[in-house]
Each structure stands twice: as C-alpha cells, then as structure tokens.
Design a protein around this ligand. Structure first.
Ligand code: HEM
Length: 432
C-alpha cells in the first residue's frame, strides 16, 4: 500500500490523521470528518491508494469500488440497523429502509416499486417541465434566480403534492419535516440528542398530519379518480395475512417525502454547479437540453453529479465479524458493531472500475454510478426521482445566459453545512 504515486500522497491526509490520533483521537476524528466534507476528492484519492479501508475508533471508511459494492450488496452483514434506531421512533413504526432482508422490506419494496413505476416518467417530466418553466419565466425579468428557493424546492414540493399526493399543510412545513428528520438519519454520526429529539418531534407532527390526511381522503370521494401515489396506496387491498393497512400506507407516504426531497434538491444544486464550472460541458449540455429525447442530456446530468455527489457516503453497521476484501492485499477485519462508511463518492473515482475517472464523459455505463445506491436497499424511487432531477435541470440549462455569479452572491448557502438553501445564478441577458 505504500507505493502510491507521489501526487496522490502529497497532502498527507493519512499521516496527518495518524499523527493527530496519537495525541487526541477525538480531534483526529474531527479532522477526518472535516476533510470528508470539504476535501473529499484528494482525501479519497489518497485513501484509495494508501489505505483503501481505513479503520478509526469511531468508524471504518471504505473507498474502493469493489469494497463499497461488497458492503452495500451484503445486507445481512452490513445492516441498516443504524437507520432503524433513528427513523423508526420518528415515524412510530418500521419502514423499508430500516429493515434488512425482512418480510416487511421484501413486501413493501415490491409494493412501492409497483406504485412508482417507470411508466410514470413521462407524466412526471411533464409536471416538472411546466412547474420549472413557470418558475424560470417568473425570475427571468430580474436576470437572476435563486435556483434552490425559486426552482428546485418549488418543483420538488409540487411533485410531492401532485404526484405523491402529499402537499403537507404547506411546502415550508414539508421541507422542515424532511430536513429535520433526515439530518438525524444521515448526518448525526455523533448522535447529538438534541438533533434526535427534533427529529422525533417533526416525525410525530408529520405522522399525525398524514393520519388526518388519510382519514379525509377516505371520507372524500376523489380517491377513486386520483392517480397520485397516496391514492394508489389507499386503493390497494391486500389479503389480511400480508399485513397491509392504513398505518402502513401512512408510513410509506412519509417515506416518499423523506427519500426524495433533500436528495433531489441537494443533487440538483451540486450537479448544476459542476456543469456551469465547465464552459465546454455547459455548451454541450445546453445543446443536448434542446433535444426532445433526454437520453443525451441525462449523460451530462449523472456525470456532473459524479464530480460532486450530494450523498458522499452510505452508512451501514456491521452485524457480525467480517473480513472485507478477503484474499486481497487490502483485506481488513471489520468487527461486529463497527459503523461502516461506504464512500460511494470515492468508488465512482476508482480507476479500476471507472476508467479515466478525472475525465468528464457523458457515455459512462450506468453500472459505474452509485447515485441511487446499490444492492438490497437501492432506491425504490429511482425512476421518478431521476426524471425530476433531469427534467428540472434540462429546463434550467435550456435558458440562455445561464451563469454562475461571483461570490458572495454565487456561493451556495447551506443549512447545517449540508442542505443547500440558496444558490443564485444569472439568467438571460448579462445586462439584465
Ligand atoms: C421519487 C423519489 C424518491 C423516492 C420515493 C425514494 C425513496 C427511497 C427509499 C424508500 C429508499 C430505501 C429503499 C430500501 O431500503 O430498500 C431509497 C434509497 C435510496 N435513495 Fe431514494 N428516493 C427517491 C429519490 C432519490 C433521489 C433523487 C436520490 C439521489 C439522487 C436518491 C438516493 C437514494 C440512495 C442513495 C438510496 C440508498 C440508501 C441506502 O442504501 O442506505 N433517492 N430511496
């Protein structure tokens, strides 16, 4: 492992981490967590070359594509029990993401695949196109748009309302519930009790609202006609032994919001910035955006996201002692109870799986991308979710004069250092 090219080790992350760990392990972990957020590309490049599986007292980071796949594919060893401890109490019930290889996961994942079929994509794209164009037209006279607040969020909350059938009391409340809960589930590695308590409270409010919405829908007469996902679930009558009822419907409608909103808004923010940072790619993407067939444009979208994925690591908890990458020079024992960070952002730059990873190539095969997860918990909303991202960004990129603005205006402003809240872009005539 010590033979990595010099340019990859010049930053010396491993040496600096280890030196810090000898003095103060907690401070060393804080250093690593900071790099994971802001210097992930050089950090992961060095780890892939020098320490592909890095064990720390708090977690193990896995950086090569094949090892990330091993973690994500083996749900019986690398489990989602960490999500269960956080999400189940917030929703007051288990949900598919928190259950490995159980009847509940099997049954509900199958059912939700039926509810979110690829055949919905054209209608979802049409809804997104109309909403996005309206937002862009409204912003055009000002010559600038807050892409997060005026475009990505309104499009996504419209999809929640119209396609999922979950408008919430208002878009702001939907966003608050989703962000508060997902902060605890995905970003509270240190287990801050205040973050967890806020998630429990948001989850309680949301589930109470959903149960009320469900009762209203049952009492009304629109359900038979509605095609939204909530209505489809309410029309689903399964035999009693399959344990499907209104409570499960409410939990799964909550899952639609939680799986979608922050992931979609964050991903769009990251990938649009990556495209606009590259003038030639921007020109090519804008040309492809005009093509009625989105296939060529989609290549730009997913490649741009690879250069800055919103979700950089997927977490798992190791359920029993396991030797990862067994039989290779990097094989590492992972004891039961270890928190494992499967670094998908790193895997997508592993040259053994993604040829010439530093090149922006729109023709990469889908198996080189991990944006929607991998293995038994791969995203159940991938078809409509991908369509929302692609169509929103396509409408934006089709606008002439689209450009990044200089800081501070053009800086992405984030809540909790994670969730994009503001991202001003110029559109139209530069004089405007
Ligand atoms: C219609 C929109 C969406 C819905 C309803 C949805 C829902 C879900 C659900 C329920 C899961 C858990 C599946 C399981 O445990 O078996 C999941 C997994 C996942 N989703 Fe989505 N999602 C949507 C959009 C997105 C988007 C836009 C992204 C990111 C670009 C995304 C990324 C992921 C990832 C990475 C996983 C794997 C999580 C893990 O393995 O821990 N999803 N999604």
């Amino acid at each position: 492992m010590g033979d990595a090219p010099r340019h990859l080790t010049a930053d010396g992350y491993v040496d600096r981490y280890e030196a810090a760990a000898e003095g103060d392990p907690l401070q060393a972990l804080a250093l690593l967590a900071g790099w994971l957020r802001t210097e992930w590309r050089p950090l992961f490049a060095e780890l892939r070359a020098r320490r592909p599986i890095l064990s720390t007292p708090a977690f193990t980071v896995v950086t090569r594509f094949s090892d990330v796949s091993e973690v994500l594919r083996n749900g019986d060893i690398f489990t989602v029990s960490g999500y269960a401890a956080k999400l189940d109490p917030a929703l007051g019930a288990p949900v598919m993401l928190t259950r490995d290889g159980t009847p509940l996961n099997w049954r509900e994942k199958g059912l939700m695949q039926v509810m979110l079929p690829p055949e919905d994509v054209p209608a979802v794209r049409a809804l997104v196109a109309e909403t996005a164009d309206r937002a862009l037209d409204a912003a055009a006279p000002a010559g600038r748009i807050d892409a997060v607040g005026e475009l990505f969020r309104p499009v996504c909350t419209t999809v929640c309302a119209e396609y999922f059938g979950f408008p919430g009391p208002d878009p702001g409340t939907l966003a608050r519930w989703s962000r508060t809960i997902m902060t605890d589930v995905t970003a509270n590695l240190a287990g801050d009790p205040a973050v967890h308590a806020a998630s429990l409270e948001a989850g309680r409010e949301m589930m109470e609202h959903l149960r009320g919405a469900l009762a209203d829908r049952r009492a009304g007469d629109a359900e038979a006609r509605s095609r939204d996902v909530f209505a489809r679930l309410l029309r689903t009558a399964l035999p009693g032994e399959l344990a499907w009822d209104d409570d499960r419907t409410a939990v799964n409608v909550a899952g639609l919001l939680l799986g979608f909103l922050e992931n979609a808004v964050g991903s769009m923010t990251h990938l649009v910035r990556q495209i606009l940072l590259r003038p030639e790619i921007h020109r090519a993407a804008a040309l492809a955006a005009a093509d009625p067939d989105p296939a060529e444009f989609d290549g730009h979208v997913w490649e741009a996201l690879r250069f800055d994925p919103f979700l950089k690591v997927i977490t798992r908890v190791c359920a029993r002692d396991h030797v990862l990458a067994a039989g290779t020079p990097r094989e590492t024992a992972v004891p039961a109870g270890t928190l494992v960070l499967a670094a998908v952002a790193s895997a997508m730059f592993d040259e053994t799986a993604v040829p010439e990873p530093d090149l922006f190539r729109t023709d990469r095969p889908p198996h080189t991308r991990l944006h929607f997860g991998h293995g038994p918990h791969a995203c159940v909303g991938v078809h409509p979710g991908a369509a929302v991202i692609s169509e929103t960004v396509r409408r934006l990129l089709a606008r002439p004069g689209l450009r990044l603005l200089d800081p501070p205006d053009g800086t992405v402003v984030r809540d909790r250092d994670i969730f994009p809240d503001r991202f001003w872009l110029g559109i139209g005539d530069r004089e405007g």
